[in-house]
Design a binder for this molecule. Structure first.
Ligand SMILES: [Zn+2]
Length: 314
């Protein structure tokens, strides 16, 4: 939003200077500036109006069922936070084109999972707008360098600075279905998008406070050595380069937060500051001896679900 406002202000200035050169009188300069500012505000307001319309409509039950079934993070939230998460999912899904190759329609479930990936990462920054995201293309399976889905394909997701985000539908579902293995292509690619926000993908996203950047880069260097020595919670792919490190660390931060905090406290603390979220939560224990962190709650809930599924199958 800030970006759009600056753009329209610059546009207004340019028009003003042009009008002054052509007509040379102050009235036309003022009128031109007002018109350009008005145009900028119109663009900005259109989004707000659209969002207000979305807010009035009830959140679709089918979408809620997808969040319930797949997204542990959502299940770990309470009341208002759940509503805020739903709202962010809807904004993302409605404001971006999410389709299959050549624009074919994809299942709603996949759109919701893409929206959930974005909503999860931006949950600590209410009102965050994913300006850099163009459209999202979903292939049914993993694909290869030529964007062909075949048994040789091993790319699960991809994103470039100026290009679309691409996902394999199967990998997207699996990423959420197994919510605690530190492998989630939705979170991974969205983390790359955040990284592009600050310029080139260098593993330092714009949400990292500038005073923390040097410390972050030193930490990445040490953590990559731990990965190479097989002494890390992060998966091996994180050692590829700084950008992949940030994406892989993001997956672990949301999917294995307690473990990450325990084994890599400094890394956890820096991600907590960057994302303004604390997925491991306070490590208190309640009267019944249950751990009260959101992750522990999710774990217990999954356990209950698994027991219920077993019962249903009998
Ligand atoms: Zn990657």
């Amino acid at each position: 939003m800030k970006f759009r406002f600056i753009t329209s202000a610059l546009l207004a200035l340019a028009v003003g200077v042009f009008a002054f050169v052509v007509r040379g009188d102050a009235v036309s300069v003022g009128a031109a500036i007002a018109a350009a500012l008005g145009a900028g505000l119109f663009v900005q307001n259109r989004r707000l109006l659209r969002r207000r319309r979305m807010d009035r409509a009830p959140f679709p039950d089918a979408w809620r069922a997808v969040l319930d079934e797949y997204v542990d993070f959502y299940d770990g939230l309470e009341g208002d936070d759940q509503a805020r998460f739903e709202r962010d999912v809807r904004y993302f899904v409605e404001e971006h084109t999410i389709a299959g190759p050549r624009g074919i329609e994809v299942e709603e479930e996949l759109k919701v999972l893409v929206g959930a990936s974005a909503a999860l990462l931006s949950f600590g920054q209410p009102g965050y707008i994913w300006e850099r995201v163009r459209d999202v293309i979903i292939y049914p399976e993993a694909f290869d360098d030529e964007y062909v889905t075949s048994s040789q394909g091993n790319i699960l997701g991809q994103v470039g600075r100026q290009s679309s985000i691409i996902f394999s539908a199967r990998a997207l579902r699996q990423g959420f279905a197994a919510g605690d293995d530190g492998l989630n292509v939705g979170l991974h690619e969205m983390a790359h998008v955040l990284d592009f926000d600050g310029g080139p993908a260098d593993g330092v996203p714009s949400l990292m406070p500038w005073h923390a950047v040097r410390g972050w880069l030193n930490l990445v260097h040490d953590e990559v050595q731990l990965i190479d020595a097989h002494r890390s919670v992060l998966r091996q792919y994180g050692a590829t380069n700084e950008a992949e490190f940030f994406a892989v660390a993001t997956e672990a931060f949301f999917e294995r937060p307690t473990q990450l905090r325990k084994k890599h406290p400094e890394l956890y603390a820096m991600l907590r500051e960057a994302y303004a979220q604390d997925p491991a939560g306070p490590s208190e224990v309640d009267d019944e001896g249950d751990e009260r962190s959101p992750e522990a709650r999710r774990r217990r809930r999954n356990e209950r679900k698994r027991r219920q599924d077993k019962k249903d199958k009998r």
